[in-house]
Ligand binder design. Sequence first.
Ligand code: DMJ
Length: 582
Amino acid sequence: MLFGLAYLFLTHTSSGPEVSGGLVKNAMRNEKEKINSDGVSGLKRFWRKPPRLPPRLSPDEKGGKNSFGHEAENPSSRLKWVSRQQKVRDSFIHAWSGYKKYAMGYDELMPLSHHGVDGLGGLGATVVDALDTAIIMGADEIVSEAGSWIETQLLDRIKHKGQVNLFETTIRVLGGLLSAYHLSGGDGGMKLTRNGPKPAVYLDIARDLADRLLSAFTASPTSVPYSDVILRDSSAHPAPGGLSSTSEVSTLQLEFNYLSMVSGDPKYSLEAMKVLEHLKTLPKVEGLVPIYISPHSGQFSGENIRLGSRGDSYYEYLLKVWLHQGGSQNTNMTYLYDMYSEAMKGVHNRLVRKSVPNGLVFVGELPYGSNGAFSPKMDHLVCFLPGTLALGATKGKTKEKAMKDNLLTFEDLENLKLAEDLMHTCFQMYSVTSTGLAPEIAYFHTEEYSEEGLDGGNKTSKYLSDIIIKHADRHNLLRPETVESLLFLYRITEDPKYREWGWQIFEAFENYTKVDTGGYSSLDDVTHIPPQRRDKMETFFLGETLKYLYLLFSDSDVIPLDKFIFNTEAHPLPIKGAVRSS
Ligand code: DMJ
């Protein structure tokens, strides 16, 4: 690992031109049929449960050696991936060039009309979201441009802007600043760049921002924060309907905890952790929670349970906050792992099914709670789950190492198996369409549910009739979740197929979303060629999608999974005590 970090440092500190054509600068439950044939859930199903058998392992896996011969170490294969990694870096530079030309300082680029738009409160979200990706890729010029904009403009924006969403601002802006702080040398970090301002500049701005965001916690009558903050006067109020999203109130703690660690002021962590401590006390369905919560009563609202929008990162942060605070070394945080572990059992028992005819494993929804009907709907957002499950199983180690050290429990193996099955399904959500890009939402054909004439359009796909794509769900917003999980699955299992899948997805983004004048566009319909473009480049394309692809093609010791935790916007934060430059 030391070699990898040193390599990264050395290759990231020269200040050559950014686009170089030559030298590359950086180097279940299989045993259990999940289809509930009579559509009955709850008690009846409980009685029918077969015994839990361990997932099957291949002879290679049992032997503790992976079956792929460490293809990453083969020199010609290594060159191939280094060159592919360079292509991702070129795309990042192309995306930034469009943003810089037409939208510098706005939240997002409208790549077709050549405008900028402030959809996230006007803090230049693309600049901050993209910064640590530029640092990791060694895109020095972009680090300078983004760093200098942040140093000269961002504090003033924070002092004068109006309403922002607590969650979006925390994960994108606060998370981006904190990650840039560490990666540029703050907190004993690696100093991956000499460009941009001193690390303390990022930290000071992060503190000013967080001081204002804290009002969302302190203004609420319960430990559940309000969803919106008025930055200029540090006031806060609930969302129009009065409710907060469960995922939003539970996806703040990595950032606030890290800020407390590096600033020495515990107030950020104290407020943020009160939310999780409170959530621990609320009633759940096998660890699964409704997607809304009231800051007034502190109770969940409604019964809608899903791991897609408004639910997703609740589950992600239970695991990641625990790992970030030292995992099993930190007994004060055990309740988080327990909540995560119970929830994943709930996912297995209540939400996992198989499609017909080809048995794709998917995670559906319970829109009317535990006693209501199951919906075979899966948001693309759910594709964060394979990565989280794999991370939770090995705690960031390779599967080979974890098995050799005898660290995997039955539950870990079961979760790893589910991770691999879901990863396959998420990839098929891309391959089944004409463009090779996934829709925002897919439905799965089951014994109880089918619809004709709504396939993805790729007639060569085996899964054409397993995956149903409704007209209203056919858009693609350049989302990261599948490539995010591919990174985790590749690094943990070391199976090269995950890299190949990532490359296919990257090529589809290049073919259909690249805009000649700079930037990348969202699409209206992934099942139709040529797809109609949408005039928006989301900040997470630079903050997450391209970063995860770049890391998927990099050596595994670049931002290693057992030393860093990615926040839900892909901003890596060092695990407590795990990363020091000396
Ligand atoms: C990102 O802002 C985050 O990953 C969030 O948790 C979910 N949605 C988007 C990307 O799709």
